[in-house]
Design a binder for this molecule. Structure first.
Ligand SMILES: C[S@@+](CC[C@H](N)C(=O)[O-])C[C@H]1O[C@@H](n2cnc3c(N)ncnc32)[C@H](O)[C@@H]1O
Length: 209
């Protein structure tokens, strides 16, 4: 039997043929979507991120870097750009074609660069935060998650993992893997605003020490 990489929602290489973020969300929820909010984060999660960023600025200086993993067409790029000096995007090649080509929500120029693996993004840049907005919840391949956790843990500047996941999924495999390396969840809240009332959880994790 073929090994499953994504959960049942994500034939992402197929979905990436569309550049319409509302279509992407409809595909995930199975419901028609008129407007998937762009650059949305609750006030409480934003305040928690401000604390993380404040500490990072003290330790690493003002030009903090964030990797928007599974950036899609850049729905969160503007938000990340208000918090970080450098924003990098990572997605599968098919999806990156959308942002590099049609750039439907004009987010392309907010990114310093694009990558197709987090390992490559870490090799070239100093990253402080791994930002996951409803991406790792879909990736069920244990080996991929183990390799991602190893890459995150070994990238020493990286001390924060932000994750937004569907409440029914809860902690992703990556979160579980990071926990086993001593990372801790420092902020957790239920967010019902991002997905038209469907409860999601915001997790913020920090490196030990
Ligand atoms: C639900 S969409 C979320 C997009 C974006 N984070 C947002 O909040 O609008 C999931 C994204 O994960 C991307 N993705 C799936 N597998 C991936 C992988 N192995 N590496 C990078 N991105 C991936 C998909 O192409 C898609 O853009």
């Amino acid at each position: 039997m073929q090994k499953k990489f994504w959960n049942s929602y994500g034939a992402w290489d197929e979905i990436a043929k569309s550049d319409d973020i509302n279509f992407v969300m409809s595909r995930i929820t199975g419901k028609p979507v008129e407007k998937w909010r762009v650059n949305h984060l609750s006030d409480t999660a934003r305040a928690a991120m401000a604390t993380v960023i404040g500490e990072g600025v003290i330790r690493q200086g003002p030009s903090l870097g964030v990797l928007d993993f599974g950036c899609g067409v850049g729905r969160n790029a503007g938000l990340l750009k208000t918090m970080y000096g450098r924003v990098y995007g990572c997605d599968i090649p098919e999806m990156l074609e959308q942002i590099k080509g049609k750039d439907p929500i004009k987010a392309r120029d907010l990114y310093e660069g694009f990558y197709t693996s987090l390992q490559d993004a870490f090799k070239d840049n100093t990253i402080h935060t791994l930002y996951d907005s409803v991406v790792f919840q879909h990736i069920i391949d244990a080996d991929f998650n183990a390799a991602a956790a190893e890459a995150v843990h070994s990238h020493e500047s990286l001390d924060c993992h932000f994750s937004l996941t569907n409440k029914s999924v809860g902690e992703t495999l990556l979160i579980k893997q990071l926990k086993s390396r001593g990372w801790k969840i420092t902020h957790e809240e239920v967010d019902v605003e991002s997905f038209l009332g469907s409860p999601h959880i915001v997790y913020i994790m920090r490196r030990p020490g």
